[in-house]
Design a protein around this ligand. Structure first.
Ligand code: ADP
Ligand code: MG
Length: 627
C-alpha cells in the first residue's frame, strides 16, 4: 500500500494558454479527442514493441500483455476509458509530457497564437493539440500509468484542465496507461458505444494494434502501405482498395513505394478500373487519404495531388507530417507541395513504364482515363512534357483503333520535317475522305487524327513536343515543299501561272466577302479545292464547336463567320476546265465557283445550311443537261 499524499503541480505557462483556449473553444470537431488519445495509445504501444524488439534483454514489466487498445465507456456516468499496454510513464515523464509542452505541434500552435495577438478560437481548428484536446469535452481526466521499467510505481495524474494537476502513487495498475475521461454533461453522448466505434473507424481504421470497444474487436484493416511489397498478396491489395476507396470495381494497377528523401513517404496509389466521371457521376473528389504514421490526417486532402489526378485512390503516409496539424493548415503547406511533387512524379513514371512494358494495359488505361491526362496537359504546366509523352492518337500511319505516341511519331518523321501535324475531325473516315490529308499522304508524312474537342485545346496549350510545333493540317501556313512527294509524282501539268492567277481573281470576285483570299496551291492532290485555316488559335472545327456551345448555353456571341481562305488545285481537271470556262460562260463558271466553295466547306465540316447549295446544284445540272 502506498500512502503518499498527492502532489500538486502548476501547468507550465504555455500549457495553461493552450488549455484555456481548448476549454473555451468553439471548435466543432470535438470528436477528434478520441483520435488523439487512440493515436497516443498506439504510439506508446508501438514504442513498447520497439523496445522489446530493439533491446533484446530489456527487462519489461508485465511482459506478456496483449498489445491492444481497449476502449470502454459508461454511458450513464458519462465516462470513457482508453487503455493501452504500451510504455507507460514514470513520475517525471508525467510532469514532462503532460505538464509541459515539448513538441513542435503545440509550440507552433502557441506561436500562431502569439502572432494573432488575441485569443483566437479558430486557431484550435488549425492546430490539433494532442492530449489536451480531451479537455474540450472533459470535466476531469485521470491518467493511470505504469512505466515499462521493471522497477517502478504506478501513478495517477489528474486534472480538471484549469491551472493545475495532481500526481499520486496508486496500486495495482498493469503496464501502460489507462485514461479515464469524465465527460461534461453536454458531451455525454460520446460515451455511447456506437458513437465511439464510428469515430474510431473513421479516424483510426489503420492503427496496427487491435482496437476493442467494450470488448468487441473493431474490424480494422492493417496499414498495408507500411508493409513491404513482398508481404502483400494481390488479393490483399485489391481488398484494401475496395475498403479504402469504398469502390465496387477492382484496381487496374497500383503503385506501392516508400522513400526516405527528401521526405519520409509510404504511398499506395491505385488506378481504378472504372472511370466514374465517364459514367456521368459528375466530377470526382480527390481520393488519396493522408496519414501520419497510420493515423488519418485528412481523407480527402485538397492539394495532395494535382487536380487531373483526382481519379486515383489510395493512401499517402508521411512520418514528417505533424500529427497535430489539422486539415485547414495542411492543405497549403510546403510539405503537401513536396508530397504532391514526389507522388505525381512517381505515378507518371509508373504510367511510362506501363506504356513501355505492358502496352495493352496502358492502352486500355488510356482509353478510359486519357481524358484526365489531356486535362493535365492543359492545366498542369509542371508536368506537361511528361504528360505529352503519354498521349496516344490514331494517325494516318496506324490502323483504325490503334494509336501512336508522339515519340514514335517523331521517330518515323522524314528528315527535314519540322512540325507535328494533326487533323481534327469527327471520325477517321471523315478525316481521310477530306482534302487536307492528301498532300501529307503523297509525301508519306504522318498526321495525327484527333477526335475529341479537348484534343485541340491540348495542341494549342502544349504548342510543341520536343521542340516540334503542333500544326493543324488544315492550316494555311504549311509549307511542304521541303519534302518532295513520294507518290503521285506524275501529277499532270499545272495551269500556267497567268491563267491560274486570272482564275483565282475571277473566283474571288464571284465569291465576294465569303472568301478573304483565293490562291493556287501545290498541297492538293486529288481534290480541286480546300479551305485552309488562317487562325492559329482556333481551327474551323473548334469555332464550330464553340458556336454550338454558345447556342446551347447563351455564352458570348462568336460574331459573324469570318471569311475563309480558299485554295485551288492548278493540276486538277475541273480547275483547268474552269480556267477556260470563265471566259466563255461566265454564268456557269460563277455557279461552279460557288459550288467549289461549298464543297470545300463540306469537306471542312463548315457547311451549315445545304438548301442553297441544292438549288444551285440543280441550276448547274440544268445547264449541263441542256447541252
Ligand atoms: P504528441 O503525441 O504529439 O507527442 P500529445 O499532447 O498527444 O502530443 O502527448 C504528449 C506526450 O504525452 C506524448 O508525446 C507522450 O510522451 C505522452 N503520452 C500521451 N499519451 C500517452 C500514453 N497513452 N502512453 C504513454 N505516453 C503518453
Ligand atoms: Mg499525441
Amino acid at each position: 500500500m502506498t500512502t503518499q499524499a498527492p502532489e500538486r503541480h502548476e501547468f507550465q505557462a504555455e500549457v495553461k494558454q493552450v488549455l484555456d483556449i481548448v476549454v473555451h473553444s468553439l471548435y466543432t470537431d470535438k470528436e477528434i479527442f478520441v483520435r488523439e488519445l487512440v493515436s497516443n495509445a498506439s504510439d506508446a504501444t508501438e514504442k513498447l514493441r520497439h523496445t522489446q524488439v530493439a533491446e533484446k534483454d530489456a527487462d519489461v514489466f508485465d511482459p506478456d500483455l496483449d498489445l491492444e487498445i481497449q476502449v470502454t465507456s459508461d454511458e450513464e456516468a458519462g465516462e470513457i476509458t482508453i487503455r493501452d499496454f504500451g510504455i507507460g510513464m514514470t513520475h517525471d515523464e508525467l510532469i514532462e509530457n503532460l505538464g509541459t509542452i515539448a513538441h513542435s505541434g503545440s509550440k507552433a500552435f502557441l506561436n500562431a497564437l502569439k502572432a494573432s495577438g488575441e485569443r483566437n478560437d479558430n486557431l484550435i481548428g488549425q492546430f490539433g493539440v494532442g492530449f489536451y484536446s480531451v479537455f474540450m469535452v472533459a470535466d476531469s481526466v485521470k491518467v493511470y500509468t505504469r512505466s515499462w521499467h521493471k522497477e517502478g510505481q504506478c501513478y495517477c495524474w489528474s486534472s480538471d484542465g484549469s491551472g493545475a494537476y495532481e500526481i499520486e502513487p496508486v496500486d495495482g495498475e498493469r503496464r501502460g496507461t489507462r485514461i479515464v475521461i469524465s465527460l461534461k454533461d453536454a458531451y455525454k453522448d460520446f460515451a455511447k458505444k456506437a458513437r465511439l466505434e464510428a469515430i474510431i473507424k473513421k479516424y483510426s481504421a489503420f492503427v496496427q494494434f487491435p482496437v476493442l470497444v467494450e470488448g468487441d474487436k473493431l474490424n480494422t484493416v492493417g496499414a498495408i502501405w507500411l508493409k513491404s511489397k513482398s508481404d502483400i498478396s494481390d488479393e490483399e491489395y485489391k481488398e484494401f482498395y475496395k475498403f479504402q476507396a469504398k469502390a465496387f470495381d477492382e484496381p487496374r494497377f497500383w503503385l506501392h513505394f516508400s522513400a526516405d528523401a527528401p521526405l519520409s513517404i509510404n504511398a499506395l496509389i491505385f488506378a481504378p478500373t472504372e472511370n466514374m466521371e465517364g459514367f456521368g457521376f459528375g466530377r470526382m473528389e480527390p481520393g488519396v487519404a493522408l496519414y501520419c504514421r497510420k493515423v488519418l490526417i485528412d481523407s480527402e486532402p485538397k492539394n495532395l495531388l494535382p487536380d487531373w489526378l483526382r481519379f486515383v485512390r489510395g493512401v499517402v503516409d508521411s512520418a514528417d507530417l505533424p500529427l497535430n496539424i489539422s486539415r485547414e493548415s495542411m492543405q497549403d503547406s510546403s510539405l503537401i507541395q513536396k508530397l504532391n511533387k514526389v507522388i505525381t512524379k512517381r505515378f507518371l513514371k509508373t504510367l511510362e513504364e506501363k506504356a513501355k512494358k505492358e502496352p495493352e494495359v496502358y492502352n486500355d488505361f488510356w482509353q478510359n482515363f486519357g481524358l484526365f491526362l489531356k486535362e493535365g496537359v492543359t492545366t498542369d504546366f509542371t508536368h506537361r512534357d511528361q504528360l505529352l509523352g503519354l498521349l496516344r492518337y490514331e494517325s494516318s500511319y496506324t490502323e483504325k483503333g490503334t494509336t501512336t505516341s508522339l515519340s514514335d511519331y517523331l521517330s518515323r518523321a522524314p528528315e527535314g520535317q519540322k512540325e507535328i501535324y494533326y487533323l481534327f475531325g469527327p471520325s477517321r473516315e471523315a478525316i481521310e475522305s477530306g482534302p487536307y490529308i492528301e498532300a501529307f499522304k503523297a509525301r508519306n508524312i504522318e498526321v495525327l487524327y484527333l477526335y475529341e474537342p479537348i484534343d485541340e485545346f491540348v495542341m494549342n496549350h502544349a504548342r510543341a513536343f520536343e521542340e516540334k510545333n503542333f500544326v493543324s493540317a488544315d492550316s494555311d501556313e504549311i509549307d511542304l515543299d521541303a519534302i518532295a512527294p513520294e507518290t503521285d509524282t506524275d501529277r499532270g501539268e499545272a495551269l500556267e501561272a497567268s491563267a491560274s492567277e486570272a482564275l483565282c481573281a475571277f473566283i474571288k470576285e464571284t465569291l465576294g466577302d465569303e472568301v478573304s483570299e483565293v490562291s493556287a496551291s501545290d498541297r492538293l492532290v486529288g481534290s480541286p479545292a480546300m479551305i485552309v485555316n488562317a487562325d492559329k488559335m482556333m481551327t474551323a472545327q473548334m469555332r464550330k464547336m464553340m458556336k454550338a456551345m454558345q447556342q446551347k448555353t447563351g455564352g458570348p456571341d462568336m460574331g459573324a463567320e469570318p471569311p475563309v481562305k480558299l485554295q485551288v488545285n492548278p493540276r486538277h481537271p475541273l480547275v483547268k476546265n474552269l480556267a477556260g470556262l470563265h471566259e466563255s460562260n461566265g454564268e456557269l463558271a460563277s455557279l461552279i465557283s460557288e459550288q467549289l466553295l461549298d464543297n470545300a466547306r463540306i469537306a471542312a465540316g463548315l457547311l451549315e445550311d445545304p438548301s442553297q447549295m441544292v438549288q444551285r446544284n440543280y441550276k448547274i445540272l440544268e445547264q449541263l443537261s441542256a447541252k
